[in-house]
Design a protein around this ligand. Structure first.
Ligand SMILES: Cc1cc2nc3c(=O)[nH]c(=O)nc-3n(C[C@H](O)[C@H](O)[C@H](O)COP(=O)(O)OP(=O)(O)OC[C@H]3O[C@@H](n4cnc5c(N)ncnc54)[C@H](O)[C@@H]3O)c2cc1C
Length: 410
């Protein structure tokens, strides 16, 4: 068994190297460090959090530029919130039902009826068939063409960040809140507080953009330009789009390389702006492009003086970013918007490459091979279980830490 001393020839050496300080990588790093292992986290950006990124607007309101909605029904994330002593803030909104921009409010009961009809249709079709059909085919088979159906189609495309024919029908049940009775919360101080709190006392190297992973019988060598970091095990927790660009020596086995090459990431962008006065609580779906706009409660229970928008899929992103201010004004004509909006295009971000992974027809089965260790290499991140969520990313971090700790080399 090689010891650390055996490996002491060049550069930085640690028992475990974690690549990516998003929530998945940081959960893995925290768990392994708590087991007494010597862990370093390599992060390409000058901040932790990755696709969790909270921002304070000039009027003091905190908005989420990345992952935002957390359901109290999501056990991994709520468990972590509790463990870290963080405070969940009720948003006062649900993520599921929305009103059309400029249109009449749609009663929540209409959304609920559609969700029930969908749940019935999904159970008639059965899981096996659902996993090989597209979300477009599933919705085409549902009766109803009214405004609620239009809102739902736009919402689903936006939420997935991809056209409905990219998405496996089996994946959209959760999007209707089927089986989830939770309320939606954000974290006091910003959702990226989750990641910052995990980082206390961890060894972190910022500005370290990893490009090559070389694995031999004794160790894994992680290269970032001319820096080399050597570990007895590596947790690789970069987004799917980045994973697909890394150089692996030897090449990854095809059972792993194929899903990495064939899974896609959705496109997503966010826009946020301060308002003069507290707006009403609303969540409005744009009917021209797959984008939506919402307010939400602050920790005091008052409505925040801010509006946030999310656009998903290429159509949504170009539509929202092409005229962010105009779209915000049309979505919330009753609000006095203050200053310029903050805009983040996640698809154009080289360390993200999109908003989250999209599971297409027949693709879920292939995910199992991403979760299995590849020698000394362990993958983590929302794409590994195809969740696309904060909760799912946390679970992959926990799984990777367990997988590393079972490893007999330490
Ligand atoms: C706009 C948007 C809205 C979202 N909304 C929600 C939501 O409402 N609810 C929800 O649950 N989820 C939402 N998500 C998804 C959620 O944010 C992600 O699933 C989760 O944060 C992913 O965590 P991760 O650790 O897998 O990846 P990331 O957070 O992307 O972490 C990966 C880390 O690796 C770093 N990195 C990348 N490449 C390299 C490299 N070569 N070398 C070194 N470091 C590198 C990155 O900088 C990053 O810090 C949203 C995401 C986006 C973008």
């Amino acid at each position: 068994m090689p010891s650390l001393a055996d490996l002491m020839t060049t550069t930085e050496r640690h028992q475990v190297v974690v690549v990516g300080a998003g929530i998945a990588g940081m959960v893995a790093a925290r768990r392994l460090a708590d087991l007494g292992l010597d862990v370093v986290v390599l992060e390409g950006r000058d901040r932790v959090g990755g696709r969790l990124w909270s921002h304070r607007l000039p009027n003091g309101e905190i908005v989420e530029l990345g992952g935002e909605w957390i359901s109290t029904g999501q056990k991994a994330v709520m468990g972590l919130v509790d463990e870290l002593g963080l405070v969940p803030i009720d948003t006062g909104l649900d993520f599921i039902s929305r009103d059309p921009v400029g249109g009449p409010q749609l009663p929540t009961s209409q959304h609920a009826r559609l969700a029930e009809a969908l749940a019935r249709r999904m159970s008639r079709i059965g899981e096996e068939a659902l996993s090989s059909m597209t979300a477009a085919e599933l919705l085409d088979g549902l009766a109803g063409t009214g405004p609620v159906m239009k809102v739902v189609r736009s919402r689903l495309q936006g939420t997935a960040g991809a056209p409905l024919h990219w998405i496996a029908a089996a994946e959209i049940g959760e999007e209707f809140g089927i089986g989830d009775e939770g309320r939606y919360v954000r974290i006091e101080g910003g959702n990226d507080n989750l990641v910052r709190s995990l980082g206390d006392g961890l060894a972190l190297r910022h500005g370290c953009v990893v490009d090559t992973i070389r694995q031999d019988a004794r160790a894994v060598h992680v290269f970032a330009g001319d820096e080399e970091h050597v570990g007895l095990a590596v947790v690789l927790a970069v987004p799917l789009a980045v994973l697909a660009t890394l150089r692996f020596e030897p090449a990854l086995p095809s059972a792993v390389a194929l899903p990495i090459a064939s899974l896609r990431m959705g496109s997503g962008a966010k826009v946020a702006i301060a308002t003069q006065a507290a707006p009403d609580l609303f969540r409005r779906q744009d009917m021209d492009i797959p984008a939506w706009y919402w307010t939400g409660l602050s920790q005091t229970g008052a409505v925040r003086r801010a509006i946030t928008a999310f656009a998903g899929s290429e159509t949504g992103v170009s539509g929202l970013l092409g005229d962010a201010m105009g779209r915000l004004r049309r979505a919330a004509p009753e609000c006095d918007l203050v200053g310029e909006p903050v805009v983040v295009d996640w698809t154009a971000d080289p360390l993200a490459g999109g908003c989250y992974s999209v599971i297409g027809p027949g693709q879920r089965r292939a995910l199992a091979s991403l979760a299995a260790p590849i020698g000394r290499l362990h993958l983590a991140g929302e794409h590994v279980n195809g969740s696309g969520t904060i909760d799912g990313a946390i679970r992959t971090g926990e799984d990777a830490a367990r997988s590393v700790s079972r490893f007999s080399v330490f």
